[in-house]
Design a protein around this ligand. Structure first.
Ligand SMILES: Cc1cc2nc3c(=O)[nH]c(=O)nc-3n(C[C@H](O)[C@H](O)[C@H](O)COP(=O)(O)O)c2cc1C
Length: 171
């Protein structure tokens, strides 16, 4: 798949098979995450790969949907804001770095035939507890990582028309 095929194939998958993901695919996906750029190359990120088997009930405290724990893994991107680049006006770029790396992981997972769904609406306190996050480490987003179930279907892509998004020369 070239990049445009990957972009076309990706959608938020909310139905997963329990089929195991090969370790080599996980390694390639983690390497893709790590290849993403970060501001000033500060790399204030961590990737947590959580096996769901036997941990479903505890993980539902983090995010309650049944499909969240149906895939063999949940991937969680965490930042260490204290290690991130900070612009002269005080803006901390940790979340920007996390978003770029996590979307790179999502695209690599798509290339491997896996489904993903960005999850921001998790319970941060439950995530801190369940994943053993120390002070200074912030969970930003997570996704199931596994093969889409046989019922999973890409819905029509609803987007604003390009002419409402793209501005030429001035806003
Ligand atoms: C930062 C972010 C947070 C999101 N959080 C959730 C979430 O908590 N639960 C969920 O089901 N989908 C979540 N989504 C998925 C969006 O709903 C989805 O990307 C959007 O509707 C477009 O659909 P598509 O991904 O299929 O193209 C999130 C997406 C992003 C980018």
């Amino acid at each position: 798949m070239d990049l445009y095929d990957i972009l076309e194939t990706r959608y938020s998958v909310r139905s997963y098979a329990s089929r195991e993901v090969p370790a080599e695919a996980l390694d390639r996906i983690a390497a893709a995450f790590n290849a993403a750029p970060t501001a000033a190359n500060r790399q204030p990120l961590g990737l947590l790969l959580v096996k769901t088997a036997g941990r479903e009930e505890a993980l539902k405290r983090v995010y309650g949907r049944a499909w969240f724990t149906a895939a063999p893994y949940v991937a969680v991107v965490c930042t260490v804001p204290g290690n991130a680049w900070v612009r002269s006006d005080g803006k901390n770029y940790a979340d920007v770095d996390a978003a770029i790396a996590f979307q790179t992981l999502v695209l690599a997972a798509t290339a491997e035939g896996l489904g993903t769904c960005w999850i921001g609406a998790f319970d941060p306190a439950a995530a801190r507890e369940e994943f053993g996050l120390p002070e200074g480490v912030e969970p930003v987003a997570m996704t199931p990582l596994g093969y889409p179930s046989s019922e999973a279907r890409k819905p029509p892509r609803l987007r604003k028309p390009l002419d409402q998004i793209v501005h030429h020369d001035r806003w």
